[in-house]
Design a protein around this ligand. Structure first.
Ligand SMILES: Nc1ncnc2c1ncn2[C@@H]1O[C@H](COP(=O)(O)OP(=O)(O)O)[C@@H](O)[C@H]1O
Ligand SMILES: Nc1ccn([C@H]2C[C@H](O)[C@@H](COP(=O)(O)OP(=O)(O)O)O2)c(=O)n1
Length: 421
């Protein structure tokens, strides 16, 4: 067993394990002794008491490689596991301990699939930074036990005697919240820059992105003119409004991410969150540099900025309902201290039905599958709530359902009240 995997062991019994089934997390813990607790729900639902497995990716020193490997692992498991094997997202964490989350997958197999699953997992454990456990009914046939595998043997071997699995209370916040800071959301130029720099060896496009970055991020002189950011979900009317504001105020309009990053956007959208979010974070610093220049000449309107970067990253990192988000006032919602702060941030909100109608009119209505829609609905609610919780500056919400002109007038009122234009 590798040193990294060993380092997870001492607090093994303090860890909580979470398996996500149909978007809902089920928690369990492990114990050396059994005191008559129930069987965790995940195992109660296993038919015929078949075997289950977990593959957790522990964080090696190279977090870029770890992030890439985690993304590739899912593809590999989906490709190489027998199709009957069920794969669910899984994680393990120490409650309230920042950066303690390790992610992976939970596999449910039946007696026909256990041989190919075990062959695949034995191979993985020998070559990759994974911790593999199997779960099977204990000798008394009543309880379930977790056995950790060793990579030293070519045959599967248990490192220690089995631990009993027992149900565990849900933690206060979704476990993903433990690892958001500097993995999903970056709070300084240097943190995001560091990720992009380390990507240079494996992603050639990262070097091109680095070359576009401003050489200094220190705050320039405050722009003479107001800087107004327009935020909102896709199809809430940002493009329509920002174009009108540009014409009405004689302002400069800056899209975000900035145009110079357009050639690389699709490339970075394929990358795991650590890399993808570093790309968007850096885009804001390029936009801030442009704001510094243009804001000396005219008012500046920005189509999306930091609120989008943080809200989408947080809402993607956390799954399930809005209550899974880190609580209001959490440090994850803080504005980076080295990033320009606009004079006003307007959040356009829209009734979901109207938003769908606008998407359809724009020729992009597609997701009619019920399940997909449900998933999107929760995601949409999480993004909107994360938008509202971000502070420094906080956003001002504007109902975008009236006509384009009424929305424009409403926002102009806000701008005139706040920015003395
Ligand atoms: N206030 C409005 N009322 C009705 N339709 C609107 C309004 N604002 C925008 N639209 C239409 O809704 C669609 C999405 O607007 P768009 O400005 O492209 O949104 P976004 O930039 O936020 O994705 C477009 O077809 C646009 O013409
Ligand atoms: N400043 C920005 C702008 C966009 N993003 C990210 C957040 C989301 O993942 C996407 C949203 O972009 P998308 O192209 O869907 O949005 P619009 O078409 O502009 O409405 O981009 C960001 O992280 N930071």
């Amino acid at each position: 067993m590798s040193k990294h995997a060993m380092s997870l062991l001492p607090r093994w019994c303090s860890r909580i394990f979470s398996v996500e089934l149909n978007g809902a997390p089920f928690y369990f813990a492990v114990k050396e002794k059994h005191l008559g607790e129930d069987v965790p729900r995940v195992f109660r639902e296993v038919q015929n008491r078949d075997k289950c497995y977990s593959v957790l990716v522990y964080c090696s020193r190279d977090r870029i490689k770890t992030a890439k490997f985690y993304g590739e692992l899912k593809d590999k498991l989906l490709r190489d596991l027998p199709p009957e094997c069920r794969l669910s997202p899984m994680s393990s964490f120490l409650p309230n301990v920042r950066d303690s989350l390790v992610k992976g997958y939970f596999l449910k197999g039946n007696s026909d699939t256990s041989s190919p699953i075990e062959r695949l997992l034995s191979d993985l454990i020998q070559h990759d930074p994974v911790l593999v456990c199997s779960y099977s009914p204990a000798e008394d046939g009543q309880q379930w036990t977790q056995h950790m595998w060793s990579e030293t043997a070519s045959q599967v071997m248990d490192v220690a005697k089995g631990y009993y699995v027992v149900p565990s209370e849900a933690p206060e916040y979704h476990p993903s919240a433990l690892n958001i800071i500097n993995s999903d959301v970056f709070y300084s130029f240097d943190e995001a820059y560091d990720v992009m720099k380390k990507c240079g060896d494996i992603i050639p496009e990262a070097k091109a992105v680095l070359e576009l970055l401003p050489s200094r991020v220190e705050a320039r002189n405050k722009p003479d003119f107001p800087v107004i950011v327009i935020e909102g979900l896709d199809a809430t009317g940002k493009t329509t409004l920002t174009e009108s504001l540009k014409d009405t105020l004689g302002a400069t309009l800056l899209p975000s991410p900035p145009e110079c990053l357009s050639p690389w956007r699709a490339r970075f959208d394929q990358e795991p969150p650590l890399i993808r979010r570093a790309f968007y974070a850096l885009g804001n610093y390029i936009t801030a540099d442009q704001i510094g220049r243009e804001g000396m000449k005219t008012p500046v309107i920005v189509d999306r900025f930091w609120h989008s970067t943080a809200a989408y990253a947080i809402a993607t990192a956390v799954s399930g309902p809005v209550c899974n988000l880190p609580g209001e006032g959490s440090e994850v919602y803080c504005w980076p201290s080295d990033l320009f702060q606009p004079s006003l941030v307007v959040l356009l909100t829209l009734d979901p039905e109207e938003r769908k109608r606008r998407l359809r009119n724009r020729g992009q209505g597609k997701t009619d599958e019920e399940e997909e829609l449900d998933h999107n609905q929760l995601f949409r609610l999480r993004v909107e709530e994360a938008y509202r919780r971000i502070s420094g500056p906080a956003c001002v919400t504007v109902d975008a359902s009236p006509s384009a002109d009424r929305v424009l007038q409403q926002v102009l009122l806000l701008i005139r009240g706040k920015c003395h234009l």
